[in-house]
Design a protein around this ligand. Structure first.
Ligand code: HEC
Length: 148
């Protein structure tokens, strides 16, 4: 939001200046130049708020990336480890190809369905009730990889 405001403000300023003092199309193009392309983080964007834009947009992107999705291992360590590392209630053990193979044979969609809905002592979502389907998939994939 802030980034958009800065950019719009910048373009607006240059545009007005261009109209007021322009005497040729080339002049206008020259004045608008910094805004003609994408101003990337770390680039000199014509000296106009380039640094500010970089400073504002970089952390915003980084925060968005980490807040939305957990990796398979992170989810496993946080939510699945307690049962799948001990085999409690007959949970297929992490690292045991013997116990995972029949499940791998049934396919990811079947394992995902059981994980989402729960079965026996396997709780729905493996207790990660805030996990998305994609995150569950990643956690299962992590266990499947661990069993190879
Ligand atoms: C409270 C213990 C417990 C927790 C926590 C747990 N599980 Fe399980 N899980 C089980 C048990 C018990 C089974 C065996 C269920 C069965 O075969 O009926 C199982 C089975 C599974 C299976 C095999 C399903 C199939 O098709 O046979 C998958 C995949 C799985 N769990 C994924 C996960 C994931 C991913 C997490 C963490 C997000 C998780 N589990 C957390 C107990 C748990």
């Amino acid at each position: 939001m802030l980034v958009a405001a800065l950019l719009v403000g910048g373009v607006g300023g240059a545009w007005n200046g261009g109209l007021a003092a322009a005497d040729s199309a080339d002049d206008i193009r020259e004045r608008l130049k910094p805004f003609g392309g994408v101003c990337r983080v770390g680039q000199d964007c014509g000296g106009l708020e380039g640094g500010d834009v970089a400073a504002v947009s970089a952390p915003a992107v980084a925060a968005g990336g980490t807040a939305t999705e957990l990796g398979g291992q992170q989810i496993y360590d946080q939510f699945c480890f307690a049962c799948h590392n001990t085999g409690v209630g007959e949970a297929p053990l992490f690292g045991s190809l013997e116990q995972w193979q029949p499940r791998i044979d049934q396919g990811m969609e079947q394992m995902l369905a059981v994980s989402l809905a729960g079965r026996g002592l396997m709780p729905p979502m493996g207790t990660c009730i805030t996990c998305s389907e994609e995150e569950m998939r990643a956690a299962i994939q992590y266990m499947v990889d661990g069993a190879q």
